[in-house]
Design a protein around this ligand. Sequence first.
Ligand code: GAZ
Length: 264
Amino acid sequence: MPRPVIYHIPVCPFSQRVEILLELKGMRDAVDFQVVDITLPREAWLLEKTRGTTALPVLETEEGGILKESLVIMRYVEERFAEPQIARNTPYERGIERLFISREGAFGTAGYLYVMNRAREKAAQMRETLLEHYAWLDDMLCQYNPDGIWLFERFGLAELAYTPLMMRFWFLEYYEGFALPQTERFARVARWRDACLEHTAAQQVSREEIIKLYYDYAVGSGNGALPEGRQRSTFVFEPHWRDRPMPPKDKYERIATDAELGLI
Ligand code: GAZ
């Protein structure tokens, strides 16, 4: 059976959104996921399909149609494999869902800039910016479902848009000592986040994997780029992350060697 193909980077938060959605539908095999190695130059045939852009995920339909942007691909999968429906039912609730999702980009950027920051004196401001995003989510959750867990009565599109990003933010706990303050301002969003991280449909990556693979981000090099003095990216597939040691936490002091990271 021909199936849509998604070209993706396995640990990328954006493709995990679509993986979670398919898992919620019990249809993981409805899409053929093809892995792209972010540490190698993009292949010409793939660049041709994307007309030159390199960001993933990209979906290709059976007819050769191309779609980019994880949230667009998410809606395509939701509508194409319509049963069971995961999106909300009414126009009003879909509106709330979309409003909630509308800050995912800024939320993700806040966390990534924070982990990639190399100037210790800027860390406090970056933490503050991220906390403002969590406070906004807290306020939304308090408005629409103050006593529950999810934005509505179950884990849905709102949750799957943010869960992969909140999982990547395990790197902030490890490299920045970041934690949500245990105060009233964040109580509702903390309950939501904890439930999101534990949801059975969202277990495609682990904390250990995130911390090891994103070491290069923590010393300022994103998207498979190589930090100074290094030959191998922490995003390489070999050696497997399970066989590598936990990276050093002192990201402001120095950059660990390939050997210390278990990459050679
Ligand atoms: N908006 C797109 C979507 O699909 O939702 C984003 C896709 C994307 O950025 N993909 C990245 C990619 O393919 C991998 S994940 N990069 C390779 C390339 O050649 O473009 C996130 C950030 C950030 C830096 C990196 C990432 C990240 O901010 O996870 O903010 C959220 C990249 C500094």
